[in-house]
Design a protein around this ligand. Structure first.
Ligand code: COS
Length: 392
């Protein structure tokens, strides 16, 4: 077991930290207040290889590993969780699935612009009537000559208003109920109509849009992977994506701790710095301990994915735990700051608003528990079956 980062991982982490501290954190409060999507930041991240960290070099990416990508997400999210989710969805929910499931032609056509940050990617699975029960989606794709004709609507699509490439899921087999009739498509911005930009509790520097497709024709080469195998594409994509959301949660939690610690060293009450009071010290200690545990779960899940090992349940555990840590840490940061924590003068209230979504998107905490418990029980059943002697 080796807990040390490689030289390359440390370099990429340092680069992301520098951008986060200099180009993102100083503006995050304004972007939050103005609900501004900071397009220029993604151009800069793209020019530095940070919009395609774990995408192979021959496809325009930085060619680093998944763990480096997760380190970048933590740093960006520490500065601005809206920037973090934009990069996370763009990379692991839109670009990576094309790398993994695309034909050579699809990879060459779509990936380089995404990996360089010249194009932004989005992931369109959720619909008004289909959230946690993703297999019940109703957007249809029917055969139309050599291509397809798509109709339906999608909801809460991160990057929706700014993306040029959409990984979108539709039912190609209307006879089949549930997950089996779903296929995946790679679409352009002009295939989808953005009908609404969502108003959210937090993540105001990110875009969350509703989409409509009205009898849109796309060529046959827009189908990603095999027909009727789209649900597996979505699930495998979310297995990796959830590790990224765990990293985002760790970033928010770390920002919360940093803010609380700095305030405790500054603020005086009853003639002493807050940091002198055990009530405050213990809060900081608990926050730091939980954050470290969340980070280790996240890095281990990323390591499993990089090693090509099963990582779905490990990623679900990381997201389940880290998202809870982010909510608790941001809440505690407000408590340490007291009245100031409740105001916009300090970023703690932004962290609190941003943290909540990590318990919801890319699968709620309840869905993560389903993924984890299914695997637990499957393993127990296998062990049981192996220990029962076969009947003659
Ligand atoms: N990787 C690859 N394939 C997978 C998979 C995974 N992690 N998980 C499931 N599949 C496959 C199954 O093998 C099954 O294929 P077969 O029918 O060929 O056997 C198919 O997908 C259906 O799987 P399952 O029966 O488990 O589907 P369920 O409808 O029970 O759904 C959950 C499973 C609840 C885990 C799934 O719907 C889910 O993750 N929901 C949350 C969706 C989500 O995260 N939405 C947020 C979107 S981004 S904001």
């Amino acid at each position: 077991m080796d807990f040390a980062l490689t030289g390359e991982q440390r370099e990429i982490q340092a680069l992301a930290r520098e951008i986060a501290d200099n180009d993102i954190a100083p503006h995050a409060g304004d972007w939050d207040r103005e609900h501004r999507f900071p397009r220029e930041v993604f151009a800069k991240l793209g020019s530095l290889g940070l919009m395609g960290v774990c995408i192979p070099e021959e496809l325009g990416g930085a060619g680093a590993d998944f763990l480096s990508y997760v380190l970048v997400l933590e740093e960006l999210s520490r500065a601005d969780a809206g920037v973090g989710v934009t990069v996370a969805v763009h990379t692991s929910a839109a670009t990576l699935p094309i790398v993994t499931f695309g034909t050579e032609e699809q990879k060459a056509r779509f990936v380089p612009a995404l990996a360089r940050g010249e194009a932004l990617g989005a992931f369109a699975l959720t619909e008004p009537g289909s959230g946690s029960d993703a297999g019940s989606l109703r957007t249809t794709a029917v055969r139309d000559g050599d291509g397809w004709r798509l109709s339906g609507s999608k909801q809460w699509c991160t990057n929706g208003s700014h993306a040029s490439t959409f990984l979108l899921f539709a039912r190609t087999d209307p006879e089949t109920v549930g997950a089996r009739g779903v296929s995946a498509f790679v679409l352009d911005a002009d295939h989808v109509e953005v009908t609404r930009e969502e108003e959210k509790l937090g993540l105001h520097s990110s875009s969350t849009a509703d989409l409509r497709l009205e009898d849109v024709h796309v060529d046959g080469d827009r189908l990603l992977h095999e027909e009727r195998n789209g649900f597996a594409v979505a699930m495998a994509t979310l297995d990796g994506g959830r590790i990224g959301i765990a990293a985002q949660a760790v970033g928010i939690a770390q920002a919360s701790l940093d803010t609380a610690r700095a305030y405790a060293l500054e603020r005086e009450q009853f003639g002493s710095k807050l940091a002198e009071f055990q009530a405050i010290r213990f809060k900081l200690a608990d926050m730091a301990t939980e954050i470290e545990a969340a980070r280790q779960l996240t890095l281990r899940a990323a390591w499993l994915k990089q090693a090509g090992l099963p990582h779905g349940p490990a990623g679900a555990m990381a997201k389940l735990f880290a998202s809870g840590v982010a909510v608790r840490a941001s809440q505690e940061a407000i408590q340490v700051l007291g009245g100031y924590g409740y105001t916009r003068e300090f970023p703690a209230e932004r962290y609190y608003r941003d943290a909540k979504i990590t318990e919801i998107y890319e699968g709620t905490s309840e869905i993560q528990r389903i993924v984890i418990s299914r695997e637990l029980l499957k393993t127990a059943e296998r062990q049981l079956a192996a220990s029962v002697p076969a009947e003659d």
